[in-house]
Design a protein around this ligand. Structure first.
Ligand code: G3P
Ligand code: MG
Length: 250
C-alpha cells in the first residue's frame, strides 16, 4: 500500500537550501535523505523544469509566466540568490537532468506535477511519459517501489498522466478531503492520497486507510506532530525541517 520511504525531503532540502534546485537536493542527501518531493511544470517550449511558482520573481530572478519563457532561458536564471549569497547562480533544473541525477544516486522521487494554469493535461502527459521511459525497466519488472510516484492537485493532469503511462503510480493531492474523496481518488486510479496534515482528522486518516489507499501528509515540520500522524496510520510525510525530522525518524 505504501512501498515508499516514510520521510521525504520537501522540495529537495526543505527550508535549509533553495527549493527545487540541485543544491537543495544535495543538502537533503547530506542530511541522509534518499527520498525527495519536488515540483515540475512546462516551459514555453514544452520542456519540463523543476519549479514551484508559475510566475518568476519569488525564487527565480525576473518576471512573467513560466509558460512564456523557454526552458534554456529558465535554466540560465538564478534560482539561488533569493535564499542566500552562497547559492548565487544556482540554476533552475531541467526535469530530465534532475530526475536522472536522483536515479543515479538512488534517490526516490515524489514528482509533483504542478502545471502552469491552463496547461494541465499537457504537463501530465509530458512528465508521465518521461518518467515512465526513465524507469521502464523497473516498471516492467514490477519494482514499483523504485519508480517515482507522480502526484498533483490537478485531476486533469493526473488523468492525462494515467493515459500516457498507466503503469506509473499516481497520488491525488488535495488540501483537504472533500465528501466525495473516495470516488474521485478511485476515478483517477490513484494509489495514494496526499493531503495537508493541518486539515486531516484522525477519522479521515482511518477511512483513507480502510479504503486501501496510501496516505501521505505535507508539510510536517514538528516531530511531535509527525509522531501523532504516524499513530493515526499515516504512511509517509514530507518535511521542510530535514534537520528535525530525518530519514530515520521514528
Ligand atoms: O507535494 C506536497 C506539497 O509539496 C504540496 O504543496 O505547494 O508545497 O507544492 P506545495
Ligand atoms: Mg510540492
Amino acid at each position: 500500500m505504501w512501498p515508499y520511504p516514510r520521510i521525504v525531503a520537501h522540495r529537495g532540502g526543505g527550508t535549509l537550501a533553495p527549493e527545487n534546485t540541485l543544491a537543495g537536493l544535495r543538502r537533503g542527501m547530506a542530511a541522509g535523505f534518499r527520498a525527495i518531493e519536488f515540483d515540475v511544470m512546462l516551459a514555453r517550449d514544452g520542456v519540463p523544469v523543476v519549479l514551484h511558482d508559475p510566475e518568476l520573481g519569488r525564487t527565480v530572478a525576473g518576471a512573467g509566466s513560466v509558460a512564456d519563457i523557454d526552458a534554456s532561458d529558465l535554466a540560465a536564471r538564478d534560482a539561488g540568490s533569493w535564499f542566500g549569497p552562497d547559492y548565487a547562480g544556482e540554476p533552475v533544473p531541467l526535469f530530465v537532468e534532475f530526475a536522472q541525477y536522483c536515479k543515479a544516486h538512488g534517490v526516490w522521487m515524489n514528482i509533483e506535477i504542478k502545471p502552469v494554469p491552463g496547461h494541465d493535461a499537457q504537463t501530465g502527459t509530458v512528465v508521465a511519459r518521461l518518467a515512465a521511459a526513465m524507469f521502464a525497466d523497473e516498471l516492467a519488472a514490477g519494482r514499483l517501489e523504485r519508480a517515482p510516484l507522480l502526484s498533483s492537485f490537478s485531476e486533469a493532469a493526473l488523468q492525462a498522466a494515467r493515459d500516457a503511462a498507466p503503469a506509473l503510480p499516481r497520488a491525488w493531492l488535495t488540501s483537504s478531503l472533500p465528501a466525495d474523496w473516495k470516488a474521485r481518488a478511485r476515478a483517477l486510479d490513484a494509489v495514494a492520497i496526499h493531503t495537508n496534515h493541518m486539515r486531516l482528522t484522525r477519522g479521515q486518516a482511518a477511512a483513507v486507510k480502510a479504503a486501501g489507499f496510501g496516505l501521505f501528509c505535507y508539510t510536517v515540520n514538528a516531530p511531535a506532530r509527525a509522531r501523532e500522524l504516524f499513530g493515526w496510520g499515516v504512511d509517509g510525510l514530507c518535511t521542510d525541517r530535514i534537520d528535525l525530522i530525518g530519514p530515520a525518524f521514528n
